[in-house]
Design a binder for this molecule. Structure first.
Ligand code: 4AD
Length: 504
């Protein structure tokens, strides 16, 4: 008899000793003759369900024994403590209903290449890593909304079809809007500035589009960005806001997703160690660090570390290849060995890129000239040298967007900041105080060669009650990648859009 009481795996600890039903999918299973261990997932977690031949009809036991990975089924039975099970609990099966048996599920527990997984993203979402990352992403988004809602910000939904560029015309996706050219939003900021003059403190949160011809691990063509905008704020105030905001996201994830972070192998201790205040550097100080001996030595030490790691991986790989060639391994040992070999080859390929890049990046840093924007590798170096997030402020005007406010005490720089996540991750936030003087803004728009008619409404904001104001944008996928230790941000959104490939 199937118990009526349906529960979720996440809440099982409240049902020890009780008869319950779980509805889910078969994650994997193993048999020891008279006993079957069915690992069931139900969207909230994994539960080991133990089916003994003695307690079930022969027919049902045989069906369960032959059930393929990802078959959907309901399982009923009693919850009991079992320290060796995930979560310390298991279900002693008294009945089961099979809804849709699955055979030959393409994603097996062993390792697969990234291209294969992205082509099968619709199925891969069910695997443990994407599931953990998806849950952490949910927490990050929840923490973002909570922070702004609890701090007096009003949500303003800015348009996706836009008439003006915020972040440079080179990365605009053009769309045909009933015969009129329009763009997909690169940022909600300019609209948000208008809204800030109505509500004081506002934020927008939505998908953002950039036709960025960049195939790096940090770029998507469609990503999610949250942008707050505040009237009457200065740069130190803005940094403090960003600091409190990012800190609240870290705390939210540590509170809600410790198990997922552990499964992913994320550096929990490093996240726990992050305290306020974050590091504050000016662009000029960052430039000095890049060209210093300290960076030269740091890069050399890094290269040595990579080479030592390479040697260790190669030795392990050779041993496994020998083991494979010798034969005589059990099926599970073969799978385990094959999986680790794929993993090691992946790690070695990545290391090789790092080894080749290290001298180039070291050279780029050594040659860094004041006036250039910080490149990805420069950011990585600065962020590797710190174990808490780093604000870099006051970039050269010529390297930055037209709307940023010129520092009145030093006209060649703007009142802006980037926030670099620590341990080599790099930029997760860009923000600034906005130019609030009509004439100066007009001159910058002209300099960029933008169509003045389109920017008239934006200029109006500097005509009618202009005030010092500013804000920033945080990229959700980059933040999730940093917190989870995921190398590529394509894993941090359910269906990624990349420059060279849209899989599904
Ligand atoms: O520095 P960005 O370009 O700033 C703006 O868009 C401003 N209008 C924000 C503002 O002041 N309201 O982008 C902000 C953040 C980056 O730090 C990064 O996290 C993310 O957006 N981002 C991307 N994420 C993934 N793929 C891309 N191609 C990204 N481009 C920017």
């Amino acid at each position: 008899m199937m118990p009526n009481k349906k529960v979720f795996i996440r809440e099982l600890k409240n049902y020890i000793g009780q008869q319950v039903r779980l509805d889910g999918w078969l994650y994997n299973s193993r048999s020891s003759g008279r006993v079957l261990f069915l690992m069931l997932r139900d969207g909230t977690g994994l539960c080991q369900c133990v089916a003994e031949a003695a307690n079930l009809s022969k027919e049902l036991f045989v069906q369960l024994e032959h059930l393929g990975q990802e078959s959907s089924l309901s399982v009923g039975g009693t919850i009991r403590a079992e320290p060796r099970s995930p979560g310390g609990l298991e279900l002693a099966v008294s009945d089961a209903i099979i809804h849709c048996p699955a055979a030959d599920y393409p994603i097996t527990p062993k390792e697969h290449g990234i291209d294969f997984l992205l082509k099968n993203r619709h199925l891969h979402l069910r695997s443990l890593r994407p599931w953990c990352i998806g849950r952490i992403r949910h927490t990050v988004i929840d923490a973002i909304r909570r922070f702004f809602n609890d701090n007096g910000f009003i949500l303003v939904d800015t348009p996706i079809f836009t008439t003006i560029a915020g972040e440079g015309e080179q990365t605009l996706f053009e769309v045909d809007y009933f015969g009129q050219p329009m763009h997909l939003a690169q940022t909600g900021q300019l609209y948000l500035e208008a809204a800030a003059m109505s509500f004081g403190k506002v934020y927008c949160f939505g998908p953002t589009f950039r036709a960025e011809k960049s195939k790096t691990r940090r770029h998507l063509t469609e990503f999610w960005m949250v942008e707050p905008e505040v009237a009457y704020i200065d740069l130190p105030g803005l940094l403090e806001l960003a600091e409190d905001f990012v800190f609240s996201i870290i705390q939210g994830v540590l509170r809600n997703n410790r198990a997922e972070l552990e499964t992913l192998g994320a550096d929990i201790a490093a996240l726990e160690a992050i305290q306020k205040p974050f590091v504050r550097l000016t662009y000029s100080e960052a430039a000095e660090i890049l060209t210093s001996n300290r960076t030269k030595e740091f890069m050399a030490a890094q290269l040595e570390g990579f080479l030592a790691q390479k040697k260790a991986y190669e030795e392990e790989l050779n041993q496994l290849l020998l083991l494979e060639a010798k034969g005589g391994l059990k099926k599970w040992q073969q799978d385990k060995t094959a999986g680790r070999i794929i993993e090691l080859r992946g790690e070695l390929a990545e290391l090789q890129v790092k080894i080749e890049n290290n001298p180039k990046h070291a050279q780029l840093a050594a040659d860094f000239q004041w006036g250039k924007d910080l490149g990805g590798s420069d950011e990585t170096i600065i962020s590797l040298m710190h174990n808490r997030p780093v604000f870099v402020t006051h970039y050269p005007k010529k390297a930055k967007a037209f709307y940023m406010k010129t520092d009145r005490s030093r006209e060649e720089v703007v009142e802006n900041f980037d926030l670099l996540a620590p341990a080599g991750f790099g930029e997760i936030i860009g923000g600034s105080i906005r130019e609030d003087n009509y004439e100066r803004l007009l001159a910058r728009i002209r300099q960029e060669g933008y169509n003045l008619d389109s920017y008239q409404w934006y200029l109006d904001l500097r005509k009618y009650g202009s005030v010092p104001h500013g804000g920033f944008g945080l990229g959700v996928e980059r933040t999730v990648a940093w917190l989870t230790g995921e190398k590529h941000i394509r894993q941090c959104i359910a269906f990624p859009r990349l420059m060279d490939k849209v899989y599904l």
